[in-house]
Each structure stands twice: as C-alpha cells, then as structure tokens.
Design a protein around this ligand. Structure first.
Ligand code: PLP
Length: 438
C-alpha cells in the first residue's frame, strides 16, 4: 500500500529513506489499529505517553466540550481549565502554595524548570548538573541537559552551563561497584563532588530522572532520596524530570513520591501522561518556596500556547481518569506482575542479562551475549539486527514493542488487561528464543 507520508514528512529519530510504517487510524484501550485493519497491542504506550490507553472516552469528550466553549486564551487572560489543572497538579503532588507553568511538552518544561531554578536562586548563570545517559528532550538546551548518544555531538553542554556526571547504572556501574546500593551511593557522592568543584554558590540545580528513563536506566532505590539529601545540604535545587516517570508509570502519581517527603524535589517537569498524549502539554510544578521567591519578580519568559485551554481540559479529564479508574494502583499491581514474570523469564533465557523496573508498568530488559561477562548483544547504542527483526515479527503477530540498542522497554498503557500483558510476554519469550544473538 502506498504511504504518502513516506515522501512528505520528515520523521524523528530515523533515516528518512528507511522509514516504513503504516498509518494508525484508530485505537481503544491498550490497542490501536492501522489502515489495513491490523490491530496491535501497545506494549510501549507508543512514546511511553498513552498511559490512559488510546482514545480515552472521557478525555476525548472533555476536549470536544472545551472546543465548543473556548479553544484559546492567552496567558494574559485567565482560562478555567488551566486554573483547574494547576490546582489538581498541586494537590496530587502535595505542592500546596506552589505554582504551575504550562508548556507544550517535556523539552520546554525542562528548559523552563532550569530558568525558574536560576531565577529563584539568584544564580542567573548557575551550573546545572545532569547525568550521562539521560534524556531530557531534543531542543538545544534540552540536548545540553541530556547525556544522550543521539544528540551529544550536536551541542556543547558548557555553552549552556551544564555539567554531566556518571549515571547510577548499577548493571554496568561506572564506578565499578558490586551492588545497587553502592552504585547509588557513589553516583550521589559524585554529584556532591561536582557541586563542590563548581562551588555551591555557582550551581543552580541538579536535574535528573527519579526513576524510569528513555536510556533504560532505572535508578537504584536509595539514589533519589540520597540525591535529595545531598543537594539540600549544599543549598542546590533539585529538579525531577517526571516527563516519563509521572502519572502512574512508576506506580505513583510522581515517581519521587515512593520516597515520601524524603524524595520531594523543588521543581518537577511533566508531559506525556499529563494528558495521556491526547493533546500536547507539559508543565513545571514549583514548590511554595520557589513560587514565593518569584512572586514579585518579572518573569521574562512565555509561550503563545502556555496553558492552552483545550490541552488543559484534556489534562483535567486525564487526572480524573487516573483517579476514577484507580490506574495508579493498577499500575503498581500489574507492574509487580510484569516484573516477576520478567525475572522468571530471565531464569529461562540466558540472553536476558538484566531486568530493571518493578515500581509500576515500566520495565527494561537488557540483552547480553554472555551473562558472566555481561557483554551486550550490540555495543550501545547500536541496535542488534535481531532486535529489528523482533519488532517486525511481533508487529506481524499483533504486538507493538519499543526497543533501543540492546534494550527492550516495556511501558504498556495502564489500562492493559492482565491477560493481554501475559500474552505479549509469552510472544516476547518465543521470539527471543527463535532469534539469533551471536
Ligand atoms: N524527559 C524525559 C524523561 C523524556 O522521556 C522525554 C521524552 O521522551 C522528554 C523529557 C522530552 O519530552 P518531549 O518529547 O515532550 O519534548
């Protein structure tokens, strides 16, 4: 079938000549379908963003109703859904007395979080510390913040006053540690050292993912609370990039909440699950203290579509849907099933070197040639050809998986049925057995 998009659209993260995919024309729950009527179980929520499943009825209705009432109001005027969504986000995060700045997605949320941290701390040129092997977006400043193999050559982080430190990647610990706890401790110590080297007065914030991330690292349990403690002790703000980990993905509204007050950041950036991807929307949530510091200063930033009423109406309906359908708890419960099934699969399949996740419907499996040496099936970030075949064959059998390098990322919509989840894992195991990994 002729796909006109092949000739006219510049597609992300691929060689244009290689792009070859059918058009999605509809969806419901954890499935979507293409123009030929093929149905796919979505094991990655497309870009880890359709947390509510496809075409969630209440969200679609809220968008329709808002479109009838009012499509647009600039930030210089109020808009009812914008106010309601800000209140809901402050309530769900326990950031009472704080404020919310709306953006269009994750990259600009992170850029703005950095602006607010610099302005509120009075460190206009303050350094921002981030991690290697992280992803915070593809705009220039977000690329500088990210330690991502795809974008690192496009920008010099020093131009953006960004300094990166090694990640808490326990399976291949950059510090050679033997345990997750030790890796977490050494990674946090490195952040402390980097702050000391720059001088705490010169560092505006540490910006990191508290749990899940596109680069397949899941931080060890103690990493986030100890990072919080380290940054607080040095008087440096902590920004949680919850773009992927928020809205139930890691079993909480926001992943840091698993650690209670011990994990509370000063700012957090949101997108993806905020509307369940029904419309583009991002947000920065600021603590009461930061909001108070900014209260009487000029805020020299803005976006034409800041707090767009249609997107905010989708956000309000999405938050209600997570709540009404108990999706955060569901993610925690099914996430535990997913994790234990993957751990059992690891016992049976030598190619699975590591299984990470377990806090919600997010897991990563890392494929290796040899369990003992942990040699990856392909050097990062190259995609092993068999993983390409895996994706193709799974699609033919009605399941859509996300892969990257030597990783399979599992992040299905939180509404997925348990039986479907288990069927997809059975297919994954079958295909992993059939394919050649040498
Ligand atoms: N931060 C994280 C953790 C992400 O996973 C992503 C996207 O995958 C982003 C930021 C960027 O979000 P966006 O693509 O909406 O700019």
């Amino acid at each position: 079938m002729e796909i006109p998009e092949r000739r006219s659209v510049l597609h992300s993260w691929c060689v244009q000549a290689d792009w070859d995919a059918p058009a999605i024309v509809g969806g419901a729950g954890a499935r979507f379908w293409d123009e030929r009527g093929h149905r796919y179980l979505d094991m990655s929520s497309l870009s880890e963003c359709c947390n509510l499943g496809h075409q969630h009825k209440a969200v679609v209705r809220a968008i329709q109703e808002q479109a009838e009432r009012l499509c647009y109001a600039t930030s210089a005027w109020g808009a009812e859904p914008r106010a309601r969504l800000a209140e809901l986000l402050l309530e769900k995060s326990g950031f009472e007395g704080g404020r919310v700045f709306f953006t269009l997605g994750g990259a600009d949320a992170n850029e703005h979080a950095v602006k607010f941290a610099r302005q509120a701390s009075g460190k206009a040129q303050g350094w921002i510390l981030t991690r290697e092997r992280s992803y915070h977006g593809a705009s220039y400043a977000a690329m500088a913040l990210s330690g991502d193999s795809r974008t690192r050559h496009q920008v010099d982080p020093r131009d953006f006053r960004v300094r990166r430190v090694p990640p808490p990647y326990a399976y291949r610990c950059p510090f050679g540690s033997a345990t997750e706890e030790e890796c977490a401790e050494l990674a946090v110590r490195q952040v402390g050292q980097a702050i000391d080297e720059c001088g705490a007065d010169g560092v505006a914030a540490v910006l990191m993912e508290p749990d899940a991330g596109t680069n397949g690292i899941v931080a060890p349990e103690r990493f986030w609370p100890s990072l919080r403690e380290q940054s607080r002790r040095r008087g440096v703000y902590l920004i949680a990039d919850e773009v992927m980990s928020g809205f139930g993905r890691c079993g909480e509204w926001f992943a840091w909440q698993r650690h209670g007050e011990e994990g509370r950041p000063d700012l957090m950036s949101l997108a993806k699950g905020l509307t369940g991807a029904h419309l583009p929307l991002g947000a920065v949530v600021l603590s009461r203290e930061i909001a108070a510091r900014l209260e009487n200063q000029m805020l020299d930033t803005g976006l034409t579509y800041c707090g767009h009423p249609l997107a905010c109406a989708a956000g309000v309906a999405a938050v209600r849907a997570y709540e009404d359908e108990g999706l955060i708890e569901r993610s925690r419960r099914l996430g535990a099933r997913l994790f234990s099934a993957l751990k059992a699969m690891q016992e049976r399949l030598a190619v699975i070197g590591d299984v990470r996740g377990g806090h919600g419907l997010f897991a990563v499996i890392e494929l290796v040639k040899d369990r003992a040496t942990r040699a990856p099936v392909s050097p990062w970030p190259q995609l092993h050809p068999s993983l390409g075949t895996f994706v193709k064959r799974a699609r033919e059998q009605g399941v859509s998986f996300a892969v990257r390098g030597n990783l399979i990322l599992l992040a299905p919509p939180l509404v997925i049925e348990e039986e479907d989840l288990m069927d997809a894992l059975a297919l994954m195991e079958r295909l992993l057995r059939e394919l050649c990994w040498s």
